[in-house]
Design a protein around this ligand. Structure first.
Ligand code: ZN
Length: 420
């Protein structure tokens, strides 16, 4: 099925050629899910030149950007309390997770990386077309040391098996190597480790580094031999430094980084994936989502520093991506994370973070830009984005989501395979 988008203004993410002189308008030709042509729009001839079998979208006045990529998503993050999530049957968590994926697609996210939870079953259901969802890349349960951020034991009462829907406790080099190999056997995209304390876990202050460097190096080694990489949850500068030194490529959150560590990250070509909206939403709606008083206090520790971390990282030359990390009912603020990052780094940079940079982070060379030969994952915004950046994060009528050349959502609503 072919699609033609006429008279589109390209937002950031387009090549110089696609931008046609910067502000020019173009026609996009899409064949079999791939962008096959990006040509300057000509009001006299464009329409006549259109393939008669092609579906035409008139985009005059609208802006087209690459489909958004969320590099820190949790399909199975159906609540803030992982013990409570583990108490639910996996089938129920899976069905709720599928709905969360569909909602993300309707907002304009055509690819997500799930960095804790999610599994091969959900991924298979999505790739078989049973579930409307962004392309779904998963790490499986995050690896955590005993007493670490992914340790879901309820304090001193050791009741859990240590393997939940979101995290798995694995200690020691040999056991970690086996756990990593198991993840790749089931189709994991990358490996997630918990390398410092976190907000929602009750027994580990944020400032502590987790896992020995020897353990981190073993995980990196196993992932590297699969041409994959490691993403590490880390807040304090010290924990980020250790993770990057061990070869971790993707630092998740990173709120407490400092200039020195930012320079180290740039040197190592590591990525930062800020998740600004998670703290902002937990601060405003933590009660509703079931965040404990201790969690709320820890959240305030990192909330203030998040936007500074983005600025520090960019100034040092770090590749800064974008993620949401929203759990439970807070997921409806996913787009709001773009607004917070625009506040920190501006529109162009943020859009690049959520498209081109994230694609590079996810090792996906076929998307993240609007260019001939790339996947037609696109988001049409109803207006001039340069004049009105809020088009990016507000779901206004006329917002159209295209995944692999097919219109999958319109006005914030998912469409069926027949387009209705
Ligand atoms: Zn997370």
């Amino acid at each position: 099925m072919n699609l033609t988008i006429l008279d589109a203004q390209l937002g950031t993410g387009a090549t110089d050629r696609g931008r046609a002189g910067g502000r020019g308008r173009v026609d996009l030709e899409i064949v079999d899910g791939v962008i096959s042509g990006v040509t300057p729009h000509d009001p006299d001839t464009s329409r006549r030149a259109t393939d008669p079998g092609s579906t035409v979208i008139e985009a005059a006045g609208a802006t087209v950007v690459p489909g958004l990529i969320d590099a820190h998503f949790h399909a199975y993050g159906v609540g803030l309390d992982s013990l409570e999530i583990n108490a639910q049957p996996l089938s129920l968590v899976g069905i709720k997770g599928a709905a969360r994926c569909g909602a993300a697609l309707a907002r304009g996210f055509t690819t997500v990386r799930d960095v804790a939870g999610g599994d091969a079953g959900l991924a298979a259901a999505i790739s078989e077309g049973l579930v409307a969802a962004p392309e779904y890349l998963f790490t499986g349960p995050a690896l955590s040391q005993t007493g670490g951020h992914g340790d879901e034991h309820p304090g001193v009462l050791n009741l859990c098996s240590g393997h939940g829907h979101m995290g798995e406790v694995v200690d020691g080099v040999d056991a970690l190597r086996t756990a990593v190999r198991r993840r790749f056997r089931m189709g994991a995209h990358a490996i997630k480790v918990m390398a410092s304390g976190g907000v929602v876990s009750p027994t580990d202050p944020i400032r502590f580094s987790q896992y020995s460097e020897e353990e981190l190096r073993a995980v990196v080694d196993e992932a590297g031999r699969r041409d994959s990489y490691v993403a590490a949850h880390a807040y304090p500068a010290q924990a980020i430094r250790r993770a990057v030194r061990a070869g971790v490529r993707s630092i998740e959150h990173g709120n407490l980084l400092d200039q020195q560590v930012a320079e180290q990250m740039a040197e190592a070509e590591a990525f930062l994936v800020p998740t600004l909206i998670a703290y902002d939403a937990m601060n405003r709606r933590g009660d509703e989502a079931g965040l404990s008083a201790d969690g709320l206090r820890k959240n305030r520790e990192v909330l203030q520093r998040g936007q500074d971390a983005v600025r520090l990282a960019l100034a040092a030359g770090v590749q800064v991506g974008w993620g949401s990390d929203l759990m439970g009912s807070l997921e409806d603020e996913q787009l709001g994370g773009l607004r917070l990052q625009v506040d920190a780094s501006g529109l162009e940079e943020t859009l690049r973070s959520a498209t081109e940079v994230n694609a590079r982070l996810l090792q996906l060379s076929d998307r993240g830009r609007i260019e001939e030969g790339l996947r037609a994952d696109l988001l049409i915004l109803p207006g001039d984005l340069a004049d009105d950046p809020s088009l990016l994060w507000e779901e206004r009528p006329g917002r159209v989501v295209i995944k692999e050349g097919r219109v999958v959502a319109r006005d914030g609503r998912l469409l069926g395979p027949d387009g209705s």
